[in-house]
Design a protein around this ligand. Sequence first.
Ligand code: ATP
Ligand code: MG
Length: 512
Amino acid sequence: MSEGGYINLYGRDVTKRHRAEEALRHSEEQVRLLLDSTAEAIYGLDPAGNCTFVNPSCLRMLGYADESELLGNNMHDLIHHHRIDGSLYPKEECQVYLAFKEGRGVHTDAEVLWRSDGTNFPVEYWSYPILKDGEGIGSVVTFIDITERKQAEMTMRFALQEAEVSREKIAAILKSVTDGLIVTDLNRRVVLMNRAAEKFLGTTLGEAFSRPVQDLIPAKGVAEEVLGILRGQVPGEGQEWEQSDAASDRAWMIQARSSGVKGAGGNISGAITTLRDVTREREIDQMKNEFISTAAHELRTPLTSVLGYTELLLNPEEYGISGEEQRREYLNYVYDKAQALGGIIEDLLDLSRVQAGKVLSLSPGPCEIGALLGKVVDPYRKLSSRHRFELVLPEEPVTLVADQKKLEQVLDNLISNAVKFSPDGGEIRVKGQVLKGRYQVTVRDEGIGMTSEGVARVFDKFYRVDASTTAVAGLGLGMAIAKSIIDAHGGTIRVESEPGKGTKVTFSLPLA
Ligand code: ATP
Ligand code: MG
């Protein structure tokens, strides 16, 4: 008998058995220690699905105080009867249960488990069938709580959704901005472009993507400015160029301004270039310049006469002026020219009033329109022998409530235009008639006419078709003022014209 051996009551040597039992106890202890200390939840099931063992992590996660509360219970009834959204479902639909019944293993993260307090939590779940001699004798299950992971996933999904919404918002904003926008990278290659920029440059983002900005924008200065910005220089005043539009065969004046785009770290990561249609502004600038020279000319001509005649009158002996009649004649010239000057100044004042957003103030009173038409046409009839004047009026005189002086100003401009712009003479027909509760006046000439562009812009301030010449007097204000006067009376005015054929201006005023 070896030392440290065991003899049982009947004198048999049971050392071997005892050692085997000891080893078994030791290994059971090891397993128990492992099961107790592991953070994963572990439980075992018998073939009926009843709990045969459970580790402390499992008890803790499921919210039970003692293993006796779980041992012997059917785990599928206890913890598996909720879907991920919390709704109840029959055991037969539970994939974990079905796999258990069929002796299959399962690994899933689409499960929630039910705690003792009626709450549930998402888990990642593994189940392994236990086989003995090829027979299933139950299964062992481990799971971990993945609440945080699911929350992180939710947060991520939410953030992604938010980002998508913001992206769509930004895309919509970019699309609807009327200025063109081009974003270029550090190599001055196009990475983004909105619809307005596509329109201005006659290309699409698809075609332009990744191309150097200097390929797209004819003005060299733009690419140079972008380069400067990428090197940290201060953006300049912007660049302008004329861009022809293939679709409408007109030309645009486009102004480009660039600035740096800063990335998350505060470093310049590219440039954004805005394109603005400045065609109208440049046209207005040009009109203003022309206006200044015309206005100077218009004011100087009568002023020269006023100065000339007053000088004569002041030195009668020197210039051989004798007799009251001659003196009166010269004084009349001075008076007329001063009145012309006054008229120009009046026009400018009217205009600045309208420009300041003030409606023209009217002094309305009864106004017999036929007589007014006659009063305006008469002097022109005497002055211009080249034109045949025809005045057609309704049989009965018609009286309107209107500002007589202002209407006279409108008519005077229409008739003076008809005379000025019919250099070869021809008929000038002025017609007044009552139509549909309104009084309508038409002034028709057989002069040079206007193109459709001229017609479209005839009411613009300072607009004159041939602004470069001062041969025909005028500031380009008459029609703008006429329109504001007719508007102030609640009337309408329109122009029809054809180059070489003549022009017809029609305005109508309410009768009541
Ligand atoms: P102002 O009336 O201020 O003395 P203007 O006669 O040039 O100057 P508007 O009366 O406003 O200015 O007319 C604007 C422009 O429209 C004219 O310069 C001319 O080019 C064109 N226009 C106006 N009336 C006629 C017309 N009857 N026939 C041809 N062109 C016309
Ligand atoms: Mg005029």
